[in-house]
Design a protein around this ligand. Structure first.
Ligand SMILES: Cc1cc2nc3c(=O)[nH]c(=O)nc-3n(C[C@H](O)[C@H](O)[C@H](O)COP(=O)(O)O)c2cc1C
Length: 299
């Protein structure tokens, strides 16, 4: 029997459900161990204004928080495959995930082990995945696959609905008519198909071509406009997070300015950038195709 470790953190339970569905088909042929990451510092769900924006600087700067050690039976086993489920906070792996990946436990569990990353985010996951890749490299893990599940609604609609979900704690139709937030229930349920794709590779002990098969199965949502926004926002977030962390006595005030900036960036700058990107699309066509291949890959 093969041994598979399923790692996740989830506030709403969305990623837990995805983790359960993906691992379902593996259960017949492998021992599955679940590890729910827990940090000493707790993050509220539903979020309130202060904690939601207050989490920004430490998340973006990838400052780790203390992890509650996994059980010995989890730590002492050797795994043939690890499924690492994570969510994106501020274009970065969430604090619990970043903290785990920077811990000695990650070194112990992931070293020389094939890892498939699975993100469940609003829609801006591309550069968070780059950060995860770096963290995995640091612990000598071997990234063999990536699944990026998102809210597939129009960007500005999901901003409203996902924020409503985060602040209410309920997946509901905002204003009674907007679409439900997050990864669609159908996609969550159907994510067991990824387990079926992974199984033969796990049994062979060779994951070459796995990512191609996952992509054929719609595992990685790529929207060029979002990747472009992600890149630009990372630059701005670098400035904001440094400014806030360097001025601890002005933290509250600066976080208020950051909130204002974020509001303008989403509602004023992003539609303008989108329009410019649309105009430039024909000129950028080949570089966008290249970029798509890169972000749908694991290299
Ligand atoms: C503080 C915070 C920041 C977030 N930032 C992003 C982001 O930058 N990009 C994105 O696609 N989703 C973002 N999300 C949405 C999450 O990736 C995720 O979909 C949501 O939190 C549900 O995850 P859960 O499984 O923990 O409930 C953010 C959520 C929170 C709470």
């Amino acid at each position: 029997m093969k041994n598979v470790l399923v790692i996740y953190y989830s506030q709403s339970g969305q990623l837990k459900e995805i983790a359960e569905n993906i691992s379902l088909p593996l259960k017949e042929k492998a021992n599955i161990t679940y590890y729910n990451i827990e940090t000493e510092e707790k993050f509220p769900f539903p979020w309130d204004n202060a904690s939601f924006f207050g989490a920004f600087p430490e998340t973006f700067k990838q400052i780790p928080s203390k992890i509650i050690p996994p059980k010995d039976e989890i730590l002492n086993a050797k795994y043939d495959l690890v499924l690492l489920h994570y969510q994106v906070w501020y274009l970065t792996p969430s604090i619990p995930i970043n903290s785990f990946l920077k811990s000695s436990f990650a070194q112990q569990l992931l070293q020389n082990t094939p890892v498939i990353t699975i993100s469940g985010s609003r829609n801006m996951w591309a550069f968070a995945q780059e950060k995860v890749k770096k963290l995995l490299k640091n612990v000598n893990a071997n990234l063999v696959g990536n699944i990026a599940l998102t809210d597939r609604n129009i960007n500005l609609i999901s901003v409203i609905t996902v924020v409503d979900w985060m602040f209410s704690g309920v997946k509901r139709k905002t204003y009674g008519f907007l679409p439900l937030p997050g990864v669609s229930q159908q996609e969550i349920q159907e994510s067991s198909k990824f387990g079926n794709i992974i199984l033969p590779f796990l049994l062979k002990g060779n994951f070459t071509q796995l990512q191609e098969k996952l992509v054929e199965s719609n595992a990685v949502e790529y929207r060029w406009f979002l990747v472009s926004m992600d890149k630009k926002a990372n630059k701005m977030f670098t400035i904001w997070s440094s400014l806030i962390l360097k001025n601890p006595n002005k933290r509250e005030l600066l976080l208020k300015f950051f909130k204002g900036y974020l509001f303008c960036a989403i509602w004023i700058l992003s539609p303008i950038v989108h329009l410019i990107e649309l105009i430039l699309f024909p000129i950028r066509y080949f570089s966008i195709r290249k970029e798509k291949k890169y972000f749908q890959g694991v290299l």
